[in-house]
Design a protein around this ligand. Structure first.
Ligand SMILES: C[S@@+](CC[C@H](N)C(=O)[O-])C[C@H]1O[C@@H](n2cnc3c(N)ncnc32)[C@H](O)[C@@H]1O
Length: 277
């Protein structure tokens, strides 16, 4: 059976405890990096429970802001949490319910690796943005920079070597800068730039790290949900033994995301030099 069976996203509240709290910290740095002017029309693709959407609504003074999300449960959480002018539509990123060239900025946080055809979704985002507009995204550095997930998968494969096949660091090719740069350039975007965003992920105690893995939301919690109670307890103990824990019980880790941005070509910029490093 496909590893995608573990990629469950349905319950916004559970996601918030697992990943949303960290996604919000990255979203903050990401919109600062984009530095888009106020009064822009924004599209957030795969908005989930609204981590990036809320940040745009609060920090960027948008004229319009549409979140698009496939899961009705996540969309409901985003609707309830993101302030005006946010609207949220339940739809597929690969067939956006938007007209051509109606947005100034299209963004997407932590979504690309969960799409069967990320290039199709990117083409849809490019279609929705006006010439000269910005298309940008971020993804976790699953392979190297995502501290608590690296510890999780190391513990999971210690308990059961076959868990390796579920590790996002192996499964997801779009977690490295070169792959993102290529995807953006091949979509015809200009001024393509990739940058790291690193955030602290400080866990108050071991349960603060472990309990969100029991939520069933996303690949690692999906893996936990499929384990027998005994195996789950082995994993919990193995993970506890390997994470760096301070005397006060806190667990200080960091998480890195890769952000990518590009500009939709205008008639005059087509054919001009494409990639910046
Ligand atoms: C890891 S979550 C990220 C959510 C949010 N953007 C954030 O930064 O916290 C991935 C999201 O992508 C959504 N998603 C996956 N495939 C999708 C698709 N084909 N169309 C729209 N949304 C999709 C999932 O439902 C989930 O909400």
């Amino acid at each position: 059976m496909s590893e995608r069976r573990f990629d469950v996203w349905t319950a916004g509240d559970a996601y918030e405890r697992y990943m949303g709290r960290w996604s919000r910290l990255v979203a903050d740095e990401f919109v600062r990096w984009l530095a888009c002017p106020p009064e822009a029309r924004w599209l957030d693709v795969g908005c989930g429970s609204g981590a990036l959407t809320s940040t745009v609504a609060v920090r960027c003074r948008p004229r319009a802001l549409l979140g698009v999300e496939r899961s009705a449960g996540f969309a409901a959480t985003a609707r309830a949490s993101a302030p005006p002018p946010t609207c949220v539509a339940v739809a597929d990123a690969q067939a956006l319910p938007v007209g051509d060239a109606v947005f100034d900025v299209a963004v997407s946080g932590l979504v690309l690796n969960f799409l069967p055809a990320p290039g199709v979704a990117l083409a849809e985002a490019v279609r929705g943005v006006r010439p000269g507009g910005v298309v940008a995204a971020y993804v976790w550095d699953y392979a190297e920079g995502m501290g608590f997930l690296r510890h999780f998968w190391a513990a999971a494969t210690t308990v059961d070597p076959s868990a390796d096949a579920h590790d996002e660091g192996r499964r997801f090719p779009l977690c490295r800068p070169s792959a993102l740069r290529t995807l953006w350039s091949e979509a015809g975007l200009t001024e393509v730039t990739v940058a790291p965003i690193e955030i602290p992920t400080l866990f108050a105690h071991f349960d603060d790290l472990w309990t969100p893995f029991l939520s069933g939301q996303g690949p690692a919690p999906g893996h936990v949900a499929a384990l027998s109670p005994d195996r789950r307890e082995d994993l919990r103990r193995t993970l506890r033994a390997r994470v760096p824990t301070r005397a006060d019980g806190t667990i200080p880790l960091t998480a890195r995301a890769w952000a990518v941005r590009g500009r939709k070509a205008t008639t005059s910029s087509r054919g001009a030099g494409r990639t910046q490093r």
